[in-house]
Design a protein around this ligand. Structure first.
Ligand code: NAP
Ligand code: G4F
Length: 357
């Protein structure tokens, strides 16, 4: 924490947990552009896990220190020393499928982690604003009719969803019980070229890039009938910041309101490079989950009323990711993506239907 001496009067200070992740890295960039001092918490790994934020270290307003959401003292120490005006809690065990295999760790990181920050704020820094990264997974297999909003029924289907719903209620409790500015964004799926490589959109775009350069012959996936409301992380971090600047803390759905199946995403992406997904996609039971959330579509009317609008739609997002992954493999995207999907030389055919669980 060597930049504290250079702080300008009135300069806001933001602490981001999960700064090495997709959203953390874009949020850090956005807050630095807004003139903030930004401190990130990174966790120790046996490999370099800072590739999404390495470019930020040249900025004297950015720094990061080690900590872990399961080591509460480490997080409290950072808050005590840095004294943030705003804490963005983005750290999370974010893979829904993996949460079935590490349920206790998921609860410790995603529910007890934010609880400990809230307790610290309550006892030592009640003026500090707190943002919690919640998820559309809290709706789960809800009985409410889509699109889902802040008042829809919540019936999570995974340890991940349960952990995020526990945190959602804890944030509400601390807001209502202790008057803290503790606020929650209920974000639907959002992607980008920085998306983790095991999430389905990134698996698709990386898989296609590998097929194009001859490094793979197939793409193995699970339930391609699932429907998601995909936005872009760059748009969503702006929503996160806006939620934090409201006069009152609360709960806000962030979504595009446009939902599509994994099958449609596949057909669009393969179509972009003139390939027939039917020839490459293999349905593998290994990627099915014990419980699935079949349909997620959000109603973001509340945050739209505050002026937020997404700039990307699902096709723009997927195309940007595909171009990025082709380029990362050392190839020129325009060599492959040279026509709109509807003019594809090899028109995609329908994939065989997949058994539901
Ligand atoms: P991500 O790319 O997986 O990033 C998660 C971040 O949390 C990474 O920096 C990760 O560190 C860190 N982390 C994980 N466990 C930790 C621990 N025990 N202690 C400290 N840090 C830890 O996820 P994202 O897409 O940016 O999402 C950000 C947050 O929003 C997550 O909480 C996620 O659950 C939630 N969310 C995401 C979406 C979405 O569609 N992207 C939608 C709704 C909610 P490493 O880099 O070392 O792994
Ligand atoms: O890309 P996914 O793994 O994202 P999922 O489960 O919707 O969760 C993401 O969005 C949540 C917000 O709704 C976040 F809270 C969470 O942190 C994460 O960012 O899977 C999307 C869909 C699922 O229905 C899954 O079963 O794609 C299906 N799918 C089919 N084949 C697959 C695969 N998912 C993955 N990861 N890998 C597959 O091979």
């Amino acid at each position: 924490m060597n930049f504290m001496e250079t702080q300008q009067p009135q300069q806001k200070r933001a602490l981001i947990t999960g700064v090495t992740g997709q959203d953390g890295s874009y949020l850090a960039e956005f807050l630095l552009e807004q003139g903030y001092k930004v401190m990130g918490i990174i966790r120790r790994a046996s490999y370099f896990n800072t590739k999404r934020i390495d470019h930020l270290y040249v900025n004297p307003d950015f720094d990061a220190v080690y900590g872990d959401m399961t080591d509460h003292t480490s997080v409290a120490n950072v808050i005590e020393k840095f004294k943030p005006d705003e804490i963005y809690n983005l750290a999370g065990m974010s893979q829904v499928g993996v949460s079935f295999e590490v349920p206790v760790y998921t609860m410790e990181t995603n529910a007890l982690g934010p609880l400990n920050i809230l307790e610290y704020i309550k006892q030592h820094a009640p003026q500090t604003k707190f943002y919690q990264a919640s998820s559309s997974e809290i709706f789960g297999a809800t009985g409410s009719q889509p699109p889902f909003n802040e008042h829809s029924e919540m019936k999570p289907q995974s340890p991940y969803g349960v952990s995020k719903l526990a945190a959602f209620h804890l944030v509400r409790n601390y807001r209502e019980g202790y008057g803290l500015f503790a606020t929650t964004g209920i974000l639907f799926n959002h992607e980008s070229p920085r998306r983790g490589e095991t999430f389905v959109t990134r698996k698709i775009t990386r898989g296609i890039a590998a097929i194009l350069r001859g490094a793979a012959t197939e793409l193995r996936l699970g339930n391609i009938e699932a429907v998601r409301d995909w936005g872009h992380s760059k748009d969503y971090v702006k929503a996160i910041h806006s939620i934090m600047q409201q006069p009152q803390a609360g709960e806000y759905v962030v979504a595009t309101g446009d939902a599509h199946s994994v099958r449609e995403a596949l057909e669009y992406c393969f179509g972009l490079v003139g390939l027939d997904c039917q020839k490459y996609v293999v349905i593998d039971k290994k990627y099915f989950r014990p419980n699935e959330v079949p349909y997620l579509e959000g109603d973001a009317s509340k945050i739209r009323a505050l002026g937020w609008r997404p700039e990307y739609d699902w096709k723009m997002t997927l195309k940007e990711m595909l171009e990025h992954d082709i380029k990362s493999g050392g190839e020129e995207p325009s060599k492959y993506i040279n026509f709109p999907v509807t003019e594809s030389a090899e028109k995609p055919t329908e994939l065989a239907s997949v058994p539901t669980q």
